[in-house]
Write a new protein. Structure first.
Length: 229
């Protein structure tokens, strides 16, 4: 298993754990004591739907239409940025978000006389340039990696920090060979590059820490210390 896939499994498992434990919003706080790399390797692959990720060539999509199993399809976006779908024909997907594609599929199926279609699109495989932004940010998820994007830009794209954000950002590379499996109970214990959060927000590390496709950017929660009387 590649390190890129390992990071994807960690990301999806932590986000889904937060979703099931929370009130319907994705959460990636590191306070889940059961999360470990060894457990993640064996975990099923829940799907993370992002409203901000821009679909691109070679992304693999799972499309379902409620009460119409005959329209369930797994498609891969072609080099032309399109795919073929029943009742519609060729449809452009590259350059759209998942939500935009769902709306377009719904509109086109209505035009094909399908009554009140309920369409769901999930990304099975990310082949486009992307980065995971997790932890104490207001909108954790998968984000399209734009050219020359900085850590500060990514935090801004995730709608900024929560009030519980810690003092540093962890960047875990997604393109290195897998290392020996080690029990890791918290995401902040993953090997990576730790950068002072104040320096990130001040724009002082833009040229020293580059972000690549498949990387995970994680802001851990603040640690509180209580003095005993």
């Amino acid at each position: 298993m590649s390190r890129h896939l390992m990071i994807r499994q960690v990301v999806l498992t932590v986000l889904m754990t937060g979703y099931l434990a929370g009130c319907g919003t994705l959460s990636s706080r590191s306070s889940h004591p059961g999360v470990s790399l060894l457990d993640v390797y064996m975990a099923p692959q829940p799907q993370l739907v992002s409203t901000v990720y821009t679909l691109g060539v070679s992304d693999k999509l799972d499309i379902t239409v409620y009460r119409h199993p005959e329209l369930t399809r797994q498609v891969r976006i072609t080099s032309e940025g399109t795919f073929v779908y029943p009742l519609i024909g060729t449809l452009k997907a590259a350059g759209r978000t998942v939500v935009q594609l769902e709306k377009e599929l719904t509109r086109r199926l209505q035009e094909a006389n399908l009554e009140a279609p309920q369409v769901a699109v999930t990304v099975q495989e990310y082949r486009n340039q992307h980065v995971y932004v997790l932890g104490e940010v207001k909108s954790p998820g998968v984000y399209t990696l734009e050219h020359n994007v900085t850590l500060k830009d990514l935090i801004a794209s995730a709608n900024g920090l929560t009030a519980n954000a810690g003092w540093y950002v962890l960047v875990v590379r997604g393109d290195r060979p897998r290392e020996r499996a080690v029990k890791v109970r918290h995401l902040e214990n993953l090997p990576g590059i730790r950068v002072d959060l104040n320096k990130v927000l001040a724009g002082e590390v833009e040229r020293t820490v580059h972000i690549y496709s498949g990387d995970m950017v994680y802001v851990p929660p603040r640690v509180y210390f209580f003095a005993s009387k």
